[in-house]
Design a protein around this ligand. Structure first.
Ligand code: ATP
Length: 228
């Protein structure tokens, strides 16, 4: 059973199998740099639905400023009128933090072996992917869909990682629905120079954030006196 809100994940009217796409993040707070590139990616790759997965941040890592409940509420507010997105709370509901690979495995079990499953990340996350727990197994479970992010090269940092990328890279999104996992698609998405870190800093300094995140989230941040 998927812990999602909004509509069903199956689209029987489509001939090609639906791609189940997940987008994880700390979302402290969620901003246009998350939403706009993923919306563009969805158009490019024909994604009908994207499941947002707010992270459970492990205690040994720097903690988000907002609580898990506040981060979840901001994610929900950001997408409440956008049918592309649903929200899955499984990582937040766990008592212990889970690795991305484990979350992906739990989705894989739910959607079955044949169904295309994709995990969306920004280019900065692709650059750092070799630091993720059991990163080399990710493509055994899902595709990776990568959004452009300003300041991050499309080349990876070592010849070994670049070779891994070349082995799995596809130049068009079409093959994504033909296989259940194993491809990397570097999407040409709009470049938005926005980060949650910068938004938190701007809030603290009383600077305007109008172009950085939806008004509903700004109102929520103000009402909760977050990032002050
Ligand atoms: P922080 O500044 O706190 O590190 P962040 O803005 O990078 O946060 P996260 O919640 O850590 O946001 O990111 C979740 C995912 O969104 C990651 O895969 C990240 O690469 C991607 N992402 C975040 N901001 C952008 C952006 N401006 N453009 C493209 N991808 C982004």
């Amino acid at each position: 059973m998927l812990h999602t809100t909004n509509s069903s994940l199956t689209h029987p009217s489509l001939n090609s199998p639906i791609i189940h796409a997940l987008f994880g993040g700390t979302f402290d707070p969620i901003h246009y740099g998350h939403l706009r590139p993923v919306e563009a990616l969805a158009k490019l790759a024909g994604l009908k639905q994207v499941i947002l997965l707010p992270n459970h941040v492990p205690p040994h890592r720097p903690q988000p400023e907002a609580t898990a409940q506040q981060r979840l509420e901001m994610v929900r507010l950001a997408v409440q009128d956008n049918p592309l997105f649903t929200v899955d709370t499984r990582e937040l509901q766990r008592q212990t933090p889970s690795y991305t690979i484990d979350t992906l495995k739990s989705f894989r079990e739910e959607v079955g072996e044949q169904c295309p499953l994709a995990f969306i990340i920004g280019q900065d996350s692709l650059q750092a992917i070799h630091t993720w727990h059991r990163w080399s197994e990710l493509l055994d479970i899902c595709h990776l869909l990568v959004c452009s992010r300003p300041g991050y090269s499309k080349q990876l940092s070592t010849p070994e990682m670049q070779e891994w990328l070349e082995q799995h890279k596809i130049d068009t999104p079409a093959p994504l629905s033909h296989k259940s996992h194993g491809y990397i698609y570097l999407a040409e998405t709009p470049l938005l120079d926005i980060s949650a870190t910068d938004i938190r800093r701007r809030h603290q300094q009383g600077l305007n954030c109008d172009d950085l995140l939806p008004p509903l989230i700004q109102n929520y941040i103000d009402s909760q006196q977050l990032y002050s």
